[in-house]
Design a protein around this ligand. Structure first.
Ligand code: NAG
Ligand code: NAG
Ligand code: NAG
Ligand code: NAG
Ligand code: NAG
Ligand code: NAG
Ligand code: NAG
Ligand code: NAG
Length: 404
């Protein structure tokens, strides 16, 4: 049964375009966790021991063999801007130098690099991330860095990359448990700072609630929905997209090996919202375990991002067709411009970045092994499921942009 609304949606549908696809490189933020929440653990940390950004040899593998064009590279704000300096324009040049080596390895190879301050919109105590640290811009907390400091940080960082067209600015990893109005305020300050530096590349801006797509339209931990605020972001050159994280396990945490959350159903509200405000999104974290159930859910997630399809024949085995008028009858126009899977990285070892109920099944790092020596998630999830879903015709040159 076609409703008028869905007929119009169908008529208005356009072919989707994914310009950016690849993996997250996680490791630059490692080494600060303390079971006793001892403030300062792992700071500044030892490069190559406590933390590392990527193995440059794997960039060749990813680009040449896996045909991806995008890497999201995590770093820690307390290392880039040591507490002794405070958050702002003064960097630890040694740490920045290591990070820059990683970014240049990617962009000199012709791929795009998303800069990812992996700080949950907090600064000063990463000892039990995501819980610890003062929320940036919390004026009731004398220890908190200010929104102006965050703006100064981004103006400096973006200025250093304004001539590198293959950089993408990821404002912040997973803000949560804070006023949504403050997420908006900090995001806006970052955009303002980035543009003030003269940088024109793509920016991706997160919402609240760990920037989960499934909570975009609903309140998260009592905070207002991201949908009520994030359309207010203003970028003078209109080159900002929304940064989304979306896992497939029952609590969306990416910690469980059973996939049973429908990506299309959970992204539906967000997708409608993006359409309403003519915005685009990039999904910079998602993942699944190496079982046949997750294979189907992961495939469906990537296909949805590429086409926003519903109930395609290939995925009929998963009952998902009861989620809304647009979903029942046709396509809604594409709203996603890219994705990066969670996660590769040089120092995961046999540990797993997501989705394994804490079993050590390895990571998406090429060469990865599980703790029993058998193939890691690079082989059992990336090569088996995700690699064939990397779209052809990804952007290979020119400035990063919502328009590709
Ligand atoms: C870097 O990656 C290459 C290619 O996978 C691998 O041969 C090498 O052992 C890796 N180096 C480190 C230090 O992990
Ligand atoms: C800057 O980083 C280097 C390398 O990790 C470290 O040795 C040094 O102590 C850091 N400086 C500050 C002020 O944190
Ligand atoms: C961690 O220590 C720094 C000073 O080194 C301080 O500014 C910050 O408030 C501390 N964080 C917490 C949560 O105690
Ligand atoms: C802001 O700081 C105050 C005072 O430390 C604290 O009670 C409040 O929980 C903080 N707000 C957030 C969102 O962390
Ligand atoms: C940005 O988008 C707004 C709203 O569509 C439009 O009014 C404005 O002219 C655009 N600015 C640029 C630089 O394209
Ligand atoms: C989803 O998986 C979890 C285990 O991770 C299980 O407890 C839950 O019952 C499942 N939910 C459904 C609807 O299948
Ligand atoms: C989500 O909110 C937007 C407006 O903020 C609205 O256009 C959209 O229909 C909503 N979607 C759902 C599923 O509630
Ligand atoms: C997942 O990977 C591990 C390590 O390679 C392997 O032992 C296990 O059988 C795989 N699970 C499935 C369901 O294939």
């Amino acid at each position: 049964m076609l409703s008028m609304k869905s007929t119009l949606l169908f008529a208005a549908s356009a072919a989707a375009k994914i310009y950016y696809a690849g993996v997250a490189e996680s490791g630059g933020e490692f080494g600060v966790y303390s079971a006793d929440a001892i403030n300062g653990t792992g700071l500044p940390g030892r490069f190559g021991v406590d933390y590392a950004f990527l193995n440059a040899s794997t960039v060749d593998i990813w680009v040449d063999q896996n045909k991806i064009n995008t890497f999201r590279v995590a770093f820690l704000l307390e290392r880039m801007c040591p507490l002794a300096y405070g958050l702002g324009a003064r960097f630890n040049e040694t740490y920045f130098g290591y990070y820059n080596d990683a970014i240049e390895a990617i962009t000199c190879k012709g791929a795009y690099a998303i800069l990812d301050p992996h700080n949950y919109m907090r600064y000063n105590d990463p000892s039990q991330q995501p819980a610890t640290g003062s929320v940036i811009g919390n004026t009731s907390d004398p220890a908190a860095a200010t929104t102006a400091q965050f703006q100064a940080f981004w103006e400096e960082l973006a200025g250093r990359y304004k001539t590198n067209e293959r950089v993408i600015f990821g404002i912040m990893n997973e803000p949560h448990d804070m006023p949504t109005s403050l997420v908006l305020q900090n995001d806006q300050a970052a955009i303002t700072g980035i543009r003030a530096s003269g940088a024109k590349q793509l920016i991706i801006a997160p919402g609240n609630g760990y920037t989960g797509g499934h909570v975009w339209n609903s309140s998260s931990q009592g905070d207002a929905p991201s949908a009520d605020y994030m359309y207010k972001l203003r970028d003078p050159i209109n080159n900002t997209a929304i940064d989304i994280h979306e896992y497939l396990d029952y609590d969306f945490s990416g910690q469980h090996s059973i996939c049973n959350q429908s990506f299309p159903a959970n992204m539906y509200g967000l997708t409608e919202w993006l359409r309403t405000y003519q915005l685009k999104a990039m999904v910079t974290e998602f993942g699944g375990d190496n079982n046949t159930m997750c294979d189907g859910y992961l495939t469906q997630a990537v296909e949805y991002m590429g086409e926003n399809p519903e109930c395609k024949p290939t995925i009929r085995r998963i009952p998902l067709c009861h989620i809304g008028p647009g979903m029942l009858t046709g396509r809604i126009s594409a709203a996603d411009i890219g994705w990066t899977a969670w996660a590769a990285g040089p120092i995961w070892g046999t540990q797993s970045p997501c989705c394994t109920d804490s079993r050590a099944l390895g990571s998406l790092e090429p060469g990865s092994r599980a703790s029993d020596g058998s193939p890691g998630l690079y082989y059992t999830v990336w090569e088996k499921v995700l690699e064939r879903l990397v779209p052809r015709g990804l952007q290979r040159s020119g400035i990063s942009s919502i328009h590709g």
